[in-house]
Structure formats: structure tokens, C-alpha cells
Design a protein around this ligand. Structure first.
Ligand code: S3P
Length: 173
């Protein structure tokens, strides 16, 4: 079984992904971590030295490799995975794509001091996040088979809701 988590930066994809993989007995793959291992560079250095477009190509190639494997896993993707149509095509055969949804205010509180996300190193971080969020929010819904509102919920509740979706008998195939 494969489960793919999508959502904006700070939505909790990595934290939830790890816990979910433990509870399902699956291995956990973090796409950003895989990219850093493959390129032997930090994400922020890829952005700084090679630019966003270059990062996006690497991200798509890594997504392709993970999905082409026959493996079972829980995969946490980067928040920008929805920015490329090619990624949507790659993900179109996956049944368990879950969008971890959070309000912009929640995301901002979590990320206001973050120094590792290159796209947020803007003068007005809140405005930058709002712009990205507006551009992407419908895409998250379009990529995913299921959305979970995460605001105010504990990690274990979110993990349970992911499992309920995955094992729900009447979800669309
Ligand atoms: C990005 C999100 C990041 C990382 C990169 C770009 C984005 O991942 O892939 O900094 O465009 O939203 P997280 O969503 O895990 O922070």
C-alpha cells in the first residue's frame, strides 16, 4: 500500500507521515530528504545556487523514481509538488493521496521564524505565504482524493483520520 501526503509548508506532512508509516507498518519516504541525499545539497542551497526551476525538475525526477518503484510507503511531498502538471500526471494512478489542510494563520504561526524554506525568506513573509497559498489551495484539493482539516487536532487524531480514509470501503477507487 502507498500513501502520499500533500499540503502547504508547515502543514505537518513529515510529522504525520512518520507516525502514519509506523502505524501502518510501512516505510517512510520524505521527498525533500531524498532530494538532499541524492544531490548532497540542502534544499535552500539548491534554490540559492541553481534556482527554483532547477529544484522543481529535481523534485519531479525524485517523485518519478519513488513512484516507479514497486515499493509500499508513506510519502511526504514538498508543498510545491502541486505546482507542476507533470507531477499531477505522475500521481494520477495513486489511490491514497491525502491533503493535510491547515488555515493560513496556523501555518504562519508555525513558520514565522523558519529559515529553511527559501520561498519564505521574503520581506513580508505573511503576504508571501498568502500569495502562494491562494495560488495553490485549489490545486491541493484537485490532486488529493481526500482532505483532512488539521487545525486544532492532535497528530494521533490526524493519523487516525488518514487510516479511516485509506480503509474506508466506500471511497472512490
Ligand atoms: C516548498 C516546500 C518545501 C520544500 C521547498 C519548496 C514549496 O517542503 O520542498 O522549500 O514550494 O512549498 P515542505 O512543504 O516540506 O516545507
Amino acid at each position: 500500500m502507498r500513501v502520499i501526503l500533500i499540503g502547504f509548508m508547515g502543514a505537518g506532512k513529515t510529522t504525520v507521515g512518520k507516525k502514519l508509516s509506523e502505524s501502518l507498518g510501512l516505510c517512510f519516504v520524505d521527498l525533500d530528504e531524498r532530494i538532499e541525499n541524492e544531490t548532497k545539497k540542502k534544499i535552500k542551497d539548491i534554490f540559492a545556487e541553481d534556482g527554483e526551476e532547477s529544484f522543481r525538475k529535481i523534485e519531479t525526477e525524485n517523485l518519478r523514481k519513488v513512484l516507479e518503484s514497486q515499493d509500499d510507503f508513506v510519502l511526504s511531498t514538498g508543498g510545491g509538488i502541486v505546482t507542476r502538471e507533470e507531477n499531477k500526471l505522475l500521481l494520477s494512478h495513486e489511490k491514497n493521496i491525502i491533503y493535510l489542510k491547515a488555515a493560513l494563520d496556523t501555518l504562519f504561526l508555525r513558520l514565522k521564524e523558519d529559515e529553511n524554506r527559501p520561498l519564505l525568506q521574503a520581506e513580508d513573509r505573511r503576504e508571501k505565504m498568502r500569495e502562494l497559498f491562494e495560488k495553490r489551495k485549489e490545486k491541493y484539493e484537485a490532486f488529493a482524493g481526500f482532505s483532512i482539516e488539521t487545525d486544532g487536532k492532535s497528530i494521533s487524531t490526524i493519523v487516525e483520520q488518514c487510516s479511516s480514509f485509506i480503509f474506508s470501503p466506500d471511497r472512490k477507487e
